[in-house]
Design a protein around this ligand. Sequence first.
Ligand code: ZN
Ligand code: ZN
Length: 221
Amino acid sequence: MAHGPVKIFTFEDGPFAQNTYAVFCSDGKTAVLIDAGAGTARALDAIEAAGRTVAAILLTHAHLDHIDGLAEAKRRTEAPSYLHPADKVIFDQGPASAQMFGVPFEEPPPPDFGITPGEPLIFGGNTFDVLFAPGHAPGHVMFVVRGEPVAFVGDVIFAGSIGRTDLPGGDLRTLMSSIREQVLTLPGETRLLPGHGPETIVDHERRHNPFLVPQYGGEFV
Ligand SMILES: [Zn+2]
Ligand SMILES: [Zn+2]
């Protein structure tokens, strides 16, 4: 089992500038798609060009901008999709939500598997630990690649910001405890790959994120 580290490619796209991630697993053959936003087509092109097979589509949560490429991903791959059951209600609102924002949306098939936080998922020689981090969305999870300091955090935390909590099922107190208990407890050098914007690391956000430092009133509610 002489595996190298995973390789991660970011595909930012769409009106919401969402980050879709392609993870090239250590086995040299497998890829995992993390979220299936507007960058999905380009992510799949890259995965196909590398001769890899998508083993899974992992969804951090079901907001429109994270699933508007899912129909295409399901059409072009055999990969099952995974979503925490508490976000299914948001998943089902996809078409209505797209209409509200006035963006095109192809309705994807329902998730194939429910995610259970604490039950790791294993693909291509890599273990993805699942951390429950609600607050931005009721069934929001984060995926941490075990043995590597990397976490896919969706819309929980961003470089210099945090997820919005004014959408249905959002709650600021819940989000702040998710950040405190699930993000800030990760090793300080852990890369945080968010659903929008550039990557950052835990220690940088701990010290500089205006929502997390007391002088801005963000003292971990
Ligand atoms: Zn979101
Ligand atoms: Zn988002």
